[in-house]
Design a protein around this ligand. Structure first.
Ligand SMILES: [Zn+2]
Length: 400
């Protein structure tokens, strides 16, 4: 059984211990000590890292009554000195208490229960038992920060089970070992928890919700606390400053500027469409009038020089507005050849898939589609016109 020194002094960073056992597994060394400051992963809180006897500790987990330290190399002395990565531990304690504050306020203000919480890197996530709207979450965030400002001491107590049942926002599992460890923040939260937390709410610094998504019939709330929240704000600050400088406005004008720019882009796109159409329409008409017949259809085979996907699709639209047309188009650009084969979607008696497969294979490309429209990219070739000619032989048109 390993004595859990971390519960005795949350702020201790170094300790001495004796090795009880050491075994090798997959090139790593699993060390059990008589006592430790290393918190094992559990209850949503990741484990402590650091050094034992100067050797890096890469994982710590609980196995029955023992805490197993996983090390990169073997320890030779029976007595070891351990040092935990204090910056990491302090952040984890900030994040964990910040999570309690938000979860406690969600419960008190909105009756929301936490189904699961997890600390992962800079993010803390809370899964709630029911969907919760963003304004309600922000109200709880505000209350959690007010608890931070009041700098309330965090109490760890072991009350009897009846008292736990009467006060806790979350009940311990039926088979939980007694007494139950309760983490209490007076007036804010009272919950069973085996994790580690800073000793007063002021040390959390800041509780900031960063995003919310739907999750398993409830909400998943992502938040940051303490130094992780500070890092996030610092990132956001840099992004906002860049946007302010690019858009020549203050941060409160960014959204309006973006709306104006989006409107301008829409107008320019419409103008561009109209120009392209004016330019392409006579070409499309000439192609149809010069096209050969295939059953009751006019078959247009056309290679568009220096034309990308958008141009080809545009020409395809113009051509197939005419129900009599089957179009085999190839656009040549720097990126390769873009093929679009098809006809008006109402033409149920035509099938371009066989022709498309033949052409795309000849161009060693990829793509696909339906009987009335297939598209894809292939590599450049000397004579794309010939590829269209060869493909045309595979066209299927039933006689009307
Ligand atoms: Zn907890």
């Amino acid at each position: 059984m390993t004595a859990k020194l971390y519960y005795d002094d949350l702020y201790a960073q170094e300790f001495d211990a004796e090795i009880i056992s050491q075994t090798e597994q997959d090139g790593k060394f699993h060390v059990v000590l008589n006592q430790t400051l290393f918190y094992p992963s559990g209850g949503g809180q990741p484990c402590d890292l650091g050094k034992l006897g100067g050797v890096e500790v890469v994982d710590v987990h609980e196995q029955g009554q023992e805490i197993v330290h996983v090390l990169k190399s073997k320890l030779t002395d029976k007595h070891v000195h351990g040092v935990i990565d204090w910056a990491r531990r302090f952040e984890l304690m900030q994040q964990h208490l910040g999570e309690h504050l938000l979860a406690g306020c969600l419960y008190t203000l909105h009756g929301t229960h936490t189904a699961r919480m997890r600390i992962e890197g800079d993010n803390v996530s809370i899964d709630t038992d029911k969907p919760i709207d963003i304004n309600a979450i922000l109200e709880a965030e505000r209350a959690a920060n007010e608890a931070v400002w009041r700098d309330i001491p965090v109490e760890v107590i072991y009350p009897d089970i009846e008292e736990v049942k009467a006060n806790a926002r979350k009940l311990p599992p039926e088979n939980a070992e007694l007494p139950i460890r309760i983490v209490k923040v007076k007036g804010v939260d009272y919950v069973p928890c085996c994790g580690l937390h800073v000793s007063s709410t002021g040390q959390v610094g800041l509780v900031k919700v960063t995003s919310v998504e739907n999750h398993k019939g409830g909400s998943r709330i992502y938040m940051r606390c303490g130094s992780a929240a500070y890092r996030w704000l610092d990132d956001v600050y840099r992004v906002v400053k860049k946007a302010e400088s690019e858009l020549v406005c203050g941060y409160d004008g960014i959204n309006e500027k973006i709306s104006v720019l989006k409107g301008q882009i829409r107008d320019l796109k419409a103008q561009n469409e109209a120009t392209v159409e004016r330019f392409m329409k006579p070409i499309a008409e000439a192609l149809v009038s010069g096209a050969e017949s295939l059953g009751s259809y006019k078959l247009v085979k056309h290679v568009m020089k220096s034309s990308g996907q958008d141009d080809v699709k545009h020409m395809f639209r113009l051509l197939t507005e005419n129900h009599e047309v089957i179009a085999l188009l190839a656009g040549e650009s720097e990126e390769g050849i873009f093929l679009t084969f098809g006809t008006h979607k109402d033409n149920k008696d035509a099938d371009v898939r066989g022709a498309f497969r033949k052409a795309i294979a000849a161009l060693e490309g990829k793509g696909g589609g339906s009987a009335f429209c297939a598209q894809g990219w292939g590599r450049k070739t000397e004579n794309p016109g010939q590829v269209l000619e060869d493909a045309a032989s595979e066209l299927k048109v039933s006689a009307k």
